[in-house]
Design a protein around this ligand. Structure first.
Ligand code: NI
Length: 252
């Protein structure tokens, strides 16, 4: 159930049955010539809603803006400073913990969030470990799963795209959005992709990024993305996460 579409009595009733919650987190950043700015947030949200339906879990509002400073050379990209994102994640967890949520399962769509979100988890744990949280607060547990790292997703990506998968604006994530948003996908998929496979390399700041990766992609050929492959990746991502969520919430 999407918490945005629930009433407070429904949330209160849910908490009598489960203390688990799914939190989609993405980013708002360029995804090359034929990928949506919202790719990372849209993909994590689509997958989170479906996993939530399958396991009967509450799904929190999506964190749509992440840590994406290196993409700021491209219009439309937005970032939170790492310190801001730590505060956002920590404050969301603490707000939900006040009501009785204890197991926080983040479904992430953006590699640039990983270090910062893990740092936020450490901040939350430190409140308990240093006894700065209320002493009657139950122990909280937080995990983050990157949907694009799932085993079943990886099988499809390797089989369909091989070396063309690359590391940013990948055909897998672009395909997933074409499946989720077919009308807009049909529009942006017309954009020329040149060269077919983008260069690889190291990322520093935004100016350096734009200089070395002029159309925004890194190592990928998202010209191979199709809605049909996107549907398979969507189903695989959900399969990768359903049992893992149940294990996380049920484990003592
Ligand atoms: Ni992405």
């Amino acid at each position: 159930m999407r918490m945005q579409l629930a009433t407070w009595p429904e949330v209160e009733d849910y908490l009598k049955e489960s203390t688990g919650i799914i939190l989609p987190i993405g980013s708002t950043e360029q995804h090359g010539p034929n990928g949506f700015i919202g790719t990372d947030a849209l993909t994590s949200e689509m997958i989170s809603f479906e996993v939530g339906d399958r396991v009967g879990a509450m799904v929190a509002p999506t964190i749509n803006v992440g840590m994406a400073q290196h993409h700021l050379g491209f219009p439309g990209s937005m970032t939170l400073l790492p310190s801001t994102l730590i505060a956002v994640v920590r404050d969301m967890i603490n707000s939900l913990a006040r009501h009785g949520f204890e197991r926080f399962y983040f479904i992430n769509g953006h590699g640039g969030n990983v270090n910062t979100v893990n740092a936020a988890f450490s901040e939350v744990y430190a409140e308990s470990s240093l006894r700065t949280a209320a002493s009657n607060r139950p122990a909280l547990r937080c995990v983050m799963r990157n949907w694009y790292m799932g085993g079943k997703v990886g099988e499809i990506s390797r089989e369909e795209f091989g070396e063309d998968e690359g590391s940013h604006a990948t055909p897998s994530e672009v395909a997933l959005t074409y499946f989720g948003f077919p009308e807009d996908g049909a529009r942006v998929s017309q954009a020329p992709i040149d060269p077919p496979r983008a260069p690889k390399g190291v990322i520093y700041d935004a100016d350096d990024y734009r200089r070395n990766f002029p159309d925004g992609r890194i190592g990928s050929n998202p010209g191979r993305a199709t809605a049909e492959i996107g549907e398979r990746i969507f189903k695989a991502a959900v399969e990768d996460l359903v049992d893992d969520y149940r294990d996380f919430v049920d484990k003592a």
